[in-house]
Write a protein that binds this ligand. Structure first.
Ligand code: ATP
Ligand code: MG
Length: 219
């Protein structure tokens, strides 16, 4: 297997992590766990290159955290999809527009954008909500819009920070099934969560346990 994420880095102060050393292979399903404040969100931000290490580096395919230029960040983020805990949907735009926005800055023609957006919305089970605004959707549906927006770029990895935080248990299970299905099609998935019952639902997933800004164990 080829690792597409390789990180060996450290911070002296003022960050959510201290020393990190890990790699992640193509197509893996990884759970990131640990108590509140352990550094899970910070680790995801390093992969999204929203945060940079003080020493060492994070490599995502050919992108090197020490060398990447500001103008290259959007290209990296086509490869790295992030689902934020608060979804960050645009309230005044409908479901279609919230997903299509990921593609507007790219070279795609309108017709191709349309077919990709409809395809992904059907995959996440939102084909019947295309014209709804976020306020007219349930929490679980809003989250699926956020997933569709990340996936429409066909990233190599999908990062999710506490994706089941505000969802009821049944919707959480549906969400895990969806992420599992996405993973089986080849997209790597990294989920930061406190919820150990979810971890048991994905056989073969790797577990990275964090504690006090460091990786306590990797399976
Ligand atoms: N930029 C920063 N400067 C200083 N401290 C920070 C910074 N970012 C995060 N921290 C601290 O680092 C620790 C790890 O934060 P992080 O958000 O990564 O934890 P987490 O594991 O995601 O926790 P939770 O489960 O509560 O979301 C926390 O104690 C946080 O207050
Ligand atoms: Mg967090």
């Amino acid at each position: 297997m080829i690792s597409f994420i390789n990180a060996t880095c450290s911070f002296r102060k003022n960050a959510g992590v201290k020393n990190l050393n890990f790699s992640i292979d193509d197509g893996e399903f990884v759970f990131l766990t640990g108590p509140s404040g352990a550094g899970k969100s910070t680790l995801l931000r390093l992969i999204y290159m929203d945060l940079f290490p003080e020493k060492g580096k994070v490599l995502i395919r050919d992108y090197d955290s020490n060398k990447i230029k500001d103008r290259q960040i959007p290209f990296l983020r086509r490869k790295v999809g992030m689902i934020f805990q608060d979804f960050q949907l645009l309230k005044d735009r409908n479901v279609y527009q919230n997903v299509a926005i990921s593609l507007y800055a790219s070279h795609y023609k309108i017709r191709e954008i349309k077919s990709r957006v409809y395809d992904i919305l059907n995959q996440v089970g939102l084909g019947h909500r295309v014209h709804h605004k976020p306020m007219e959707l349930s929490g679980g549906e809003q989250q699926r819009v956020a997933i569709a927006r990340a996936l429409v770029k066909e990233p190599i990895v999908l990062l999710a920070d506490e994706p089941t935080g505000n969802l009821d248990p049944r919707v959480s299970i549906e969400l895990m099934n969806l992420l599992h299905k996405i993973n089986k099609k080849g997209t790597a998935v990294i989920i930061a969560t406190h919820n150990y019952s979810l971890i048991k639902r994905v056989p073969g997933a790797r577990l990275i346990q964090m504690n006090e800004g460091e990786i306590a164990s990797i399976t």
